[in-house]
Design a binder for this molecule. Sequence first.
Ligand SMILES: [Cu+2]
Length: 174
Amino acid sequence: MKAPSIALLLGTLLLPGLTHATSAESVRVSHAWLRILPGALPAAGYATLQNTRTRSIALTGARSTTYANVMLHRSSGAGGTNRMSMVDIMPIPTRGTAQLAPGGYHLMLTQPTHPVTPGDHVLLTLTFADGSTLDTTFIARPANATDAGEPAQPASDTPAPAMPVAHDDAHHRG
Ligand SMILES: [Cu+2]
């Protein structure tokens, strides 16, 4: 008989009587896309994350072999006063969804290891507070995109932002 994995052991110790599923196993990602800006401006990563389990989940960020630096950010304020700050987690509520979306939580990606252009598929590894990880393909979209560009996306799913927020570097000063 094989020894149980350390992850399974930890799950058993930390969550007695509950589920052994990791955060990564309990999250479904959809509408994952990157907004690609010209030049050296940072790219932004957006997605919808659905929590299928009965415990809250915390996204801690992502890593990628395509971008040397990936940060979890949150925008606050509105219009011209929009500000961003780095955050440690994005909570995904029990049996609910959370969005990485323009004007809210998002991933900020800098230092690409090779040029990324709209239409490219970029692999990001999402990371969660319990240490689990989830490989996710993000589709690269142009600077003026406001969604993943998937034809099947229902119009009522997410209201389009009144004014799409460009992820320009002015938002990252201070
Ligand atoms: Cu940002």
